[in-house]
Design a protein around this ligand. Structure first.
Ligand code: ATP
Ligand code: MTE
Length: 198
């Protein structure tokens, strides 16, 4: 981290009955850490949680992570239509503002990969000075939704949702996030761009 880079605390929450009870190994938290570690140039402190699909437990975890100073909280899993899938409800219950654009864009991206993207109800909210976003549970969908879809020549075919995250965090008074443009180009209006760090 160079002198003018802010450190950031990011909450990552894997919501899965089977991974949290040891039926299978959780691949959600490693996938989130791997992608965020590649995409961000800031020093990251992760707060990790692996929990079952229980609405009250999910809401309490989100509140705890925001209170612990997370500027960004990402969940994975529990966004589908199954009876146990309640992550969007638990997220909306703790939000102060809904940010519908993130869910809309995620479904647009995911439709390029799988027709069942229609079944995913991901949402995003602001709580205090944190952005909370749901991602689908399929581990490979984490990079797909955050990064979007690239053409064979590396140009962006569909923008990933993470492009809008740094500016959103600026607007709620959080740390200045810098991305590695080879992974994800952050979009900010010219007036909001800081001189790049060395
Ligand atoms: N945390 C995870 N780690 C590894 N694989 C996962 C995880 N979450 C989901 N998957 C994989 O993605 C598939 C679809 O995910 P989905 O969220 O629908 O799981 P599920 O059927 O609701 O069960 P569970 O909540 O117990 O993970 C799962 O069958 C599993 O193969
Ligand atoms: N990018 C991407 N999005 C995806 C998928 C996927 O494989 N890749 N799976 C879909 C499926 S099959 C479902 S049911 C929903 C909800 O998944 P969840 O309950 O694991 O969150 O996400 C959808 N979104």
């Amino acid at each position: 981290m160079s002198a003018n880079q802010d450190a950031v605390t990011i909450g990552i929450v894997s919501v899965s009955d089977r991974a949290s009870s040891g039926v299978y190994e959780d691949k959600g938290l490693p996938a989130l850490k791997e992608w965020l570690g590649r995409a961000l140039r800031n020093t990251i402190r992760f707060e990790e949680r692996l929990i079952p699909d229980e609405k009250e437990r999910i809401s309490a975890t989100l509140i705890e992570l925001v209170d612990a100073g997370c500027s960004l909280v990402l969940t994975t899993g529990g966004t589908g239509p199954a009876l146990r899938d309640v992550t969007p409800e638990a997220t909306l219950a703790v939000g102060h503002k809904e940010m519908p654009g993130f869910g809309e864009q995620m479904r647009q991206i995911s439709l390029k990969f799988v027709p069942t993207a229609i079944l995913s109800r991901q949402c995003a909210v602001i709580r205090d000075q944190a952005l909370i976003m749901n991602l689908p549970g399929q581990p490979k969908s984490i990079a797909e939704t955050l990064e979007g879809l690239k053409n064979a020549d590396g140009s962006q075919a569909v923008a990933g949702i993470f492009s809008a995250v740094p500016y959103c965090i600026d607007l709620i008074g959080g740390p200045y996030l810098e991305t590695d443009e080879a992974v994800c180009k952050a979009f900010r209006p010219k007036s909001a761009i800081r001189a790049p760090s060395a």
